[in-house]
Write a protein that binds this ligand. Structure first.
Ligand code: BGC
Length: 466
C-alpha cells in the first residue's frame, strides 16, 4: 500500500517529516491496530457457529486489537512461508490505513530467542542456543525488524513491542532445567534481549515492554526480588539504560485474573491460617495481576528505575466468567474450601498454562484502566490473540520448532503443578494455530460479557468506566 503524506503529518522546516515525540504512555489517547489476520481467523469461527447471539459476540471480538507475534524470522516477510499471514510492512501499512486523525498503536511481540521456551516444549523456536543462533537473532531477526521500524514512513505509528515472553523469567526460576541453566550461563539470552533493547531504543516511536511473567510465577517475594534484580542488571548495561524500557507486560498468554474480587487480603486468616498459605496460593501473596503490578512497580522504583514506568496486562483470557464463576466470598472455615469457593480462577493449580478449560476473555483492550493507582497500568491489551492455541499434546509435523507438550494433554497429571490433571482442552492444534473450540469457550465464558458496557465488573470496587 502506498503512503500518502497528509496534511495531518507534521512537517519540519526542513521539509522532512517530523518524528513523533516519545510519550510516557503510548496507549493514551490512541486508537489501536486491528490485525486483519486475526479477524479472518475469527471469521472462520463465526462461519461455524449457529447461535446468532454468539455470532454477534464473535463479531465484536473481531473488531478488537490484538498483538502480532513475530514468532519466527519468516514472520517479518510474511506470506507463503508464514501460513499466508501479513508481513511486518503490510501490518504497518495497514495500521496507517486504519489511523484516523489521532495517534495509533500497533503492537508486536518479539519472540524468537535462541533456545526459546527452555522450560517447556510447546513453543521451542527455530534458533538454537548457540553463538550462531545469537548471530542470526541479531542479524536476521532484530536487525530486519529494526530496518522496518525505522522507516520514516511509519514515524506516525506508535509501535509497541513486548520483549520475549518467558525469556528472562525462565532464567530466574527454572535453572534446575538444564536447558534454562545453559541459557543463563551462556549469557546468550541476556545478550539477545539487550541487543533488541539497544536497537529499538534508537527509534523514538518504538515502545518497549519487557515481559515479566505473571503473579502465579514471579509473585513470591523472593522471585520478585530476584527478577527485579536480574532485569535491573540486564537493562542497566544497555545503551539507553532504564530509558530503553517503557514498562512491563504481565500475564502474556496466561490466565491469571486481573483481580480476585473476593480475596482481597492474602494475609487475612481463615480457620486460623493465612489465606496465602492455602494449597492454591502456596504462600504467594500476589493473588492477581493488579496487586502484582503494584508490587513490581514499587520494587523497580526502589532499585532506581524511573517512577513513570508502566505496566500492561494481557487480559485476553483472564476473565473467568461463565456458570462456574463464584458470585460471593465463601463462608467456609476450612481454608482450602474457602479459597476454592471464592477464587474466580478456576484452575486446579496456577502453573497450568496450556489451553485452560473454563477460561473466558477478560477486560477488553483499553488505555489507562482505572483499577488501582498503585498498579501504574498503561493499558489492558490482548497480547495472546484469544483462540490461538498454547500448544498440542500430539506430534504434529511442523517447521516451527514446536513439539508435543504433556502440559497440553488433558490426561496428564502434572507433578510440576501439584499433581493435578492439566485441565487442558482436548485435541488442541500447535501453539499459535487457530483453535475453534477454545475460541468459542473463551467468548462464552467472557467476563465481562463481550459487548457489554459494564467493562469494569471484574475489577473490584473501582467504578470508573475509563
Ligand atoms: C506460539 C507462537 C504464536 C503465539 C501467539 C505462542 O505460544 O509459539 O507461534 O504466535 O503463541 O499465539
Amino acid at each position: 500500500m502506498a503512503f500518502a503524506m497528509t496534511a495531518a503529518f507534521p512537517v519540519a522546516a526542513s521539509g522532512q517529516p517530523q518524528a513523533q515525540a516519545h510519550v510516557d504512555n503510548p496507549f493514551e489517547g490512541a486508537s489501536s491496530y486491528v490485525n486483519p489476520d486475526y479477524s479472518e481467523n475469527v471469521q472462520t469461527s463465526i462461519d461455524r457457529t449457529d447461535s446468532p447471539e454468539l455470532r454477534e459476540r464473535m463479531r465484536t471480538v473481531q473488531s478488537y486489537p490484538t498483538a502480532v507475534w513475530l514468532d519466527r524470522i519468516a514472520a517479518i516477510e510474511g506470506g507463503e512461508d508464514n501460513g499466508g499471514r501479513l508481513g511486518l510492512r503490510e501490518h504497518l501499512d495497514e495500521a496507517l490505513a486504519q489511523k484516523g486523525s489521532g495517534p495509533i498503536t500497533a503492537s508486536f511481540v518479539i519472540y524468537d530467542l535462541p533456545g526459546r521456551d527452555c522450560a517447556a516444549l510447546a513453543s521451542n523456536g527455530e534458533l538454537p542456543l548457540t553463538q550462531e543462533g545469537l548471530r542470526r537473532y541479531k542479524n536476521d531477526y532484530i536487525d530486519a525488524i529494526t530496518e522496518v521500524f525505522q522507516d520514516p514512513k511509519y514515524d506516525d505509528v506508535r509501535i509497541v513491542t513486548v520483549i520475549e515472553p518467558d525469556g528472562l523469567p525462565n532464567l530466574v526460576t527454572n535453572l534446575d532445567d538444564p536447558e534454562c541453566a545453559e541459557a543463563k550461563s551462556s549469557g546468550i539470552q541476556v545478550e539477545a534481549v539487550q541487543y533488541a533493547l539497544d536497537r529499538f531504543h534508537e527509534i523514538p516511536n518504538v515502545y518497549t515492554y519487557m515481559d515479566f511473567a505473571h503473579s502465579g510465577w514471579l509473585g513470591w517475594n523472593n522471585n520478585l526480588t530476584d527478577s527485579v534484580g536480574l532485569y535491573t542488571d540486564v537493562v542497566r548495561e544497555t545503551e539507553g539504560g532504564f530509558a530503553s524500557v517503557d514498562g512491563f507486560a504481565i500475564n502474556t498468554a496466561n490466565y491469571t485474573p486481573t483481580e480476585e474480587p473476593f480475596l482481597n487480603d492474602p494475609y487475612g486468616r481463615v480457620g486460623g491460617q493465612q489465606i496465602r498459605s492455602s494449597q492454591f496460593y502456596e504462600w504467594n501473596p500476589n493473588f492477581d495481576e493488579t496487586d502484582f503490578a503494584a508490587d513490581l512497580h514499587s520494587e523497580f522504583v526502589a532499585r532506581g528505575w524511573p517512577s513513570d514506568i508502566g505496566t500492561i496486562i494481557d487480559t485476553g483470557r483472564n476473565g473467568w466468567g461463565g456458570p462456574e464463576r463464584p458470585t460471593r466470598e465463601s463462608s467456609s472455615n476450612d481454608l482450602d474450601t474457602y479459597v476454592n469457593e471464592s477464587k474466580v480462577d478456576r484452575r486446579a493449580h496456577r502453573g497450568l498454562w496450556c489451553n485452560a478449560s473454563g477460561a473466558g476473555m477478560g477486560q477488553p483492550p483499553r488505555a489507562n484502566p482505572s483499577v488501582s493507582a498503585d498498579a501504574h497500568l498503561d493499558a489492558f491489551v490482548w497480547i495472546k490473540p484469544p483462540g490461538e492455541s498454547d500448544g498440542s499434546s500430539e506430534e504434529i509435523p511442523n517447521n516451527e520448532g514446536k513439539s508435543p507438550d504433556p502440559m497440553c494433554d488433558p490426561d496428564y497429571v502434572a507433578p510440576e503443578a501439584g499433581n493435578n490433571p492439566t485441565g487442558a482442552l482436548p485435541d488442541s492444534p500447535l501453539a499459535g494455530h487457530w483453535f475453534h473450540d477454545q475460541f468459542t469457550m473463551l467468548v462464552e465464558n467472557a467476563h465481562p460479557t463481550v459487548g457489554s458496557s459494564d467493562v469494569n465488573t471484574n475489577v473490584g470496587s473501582s467504578g470508573d468506566q475509563g
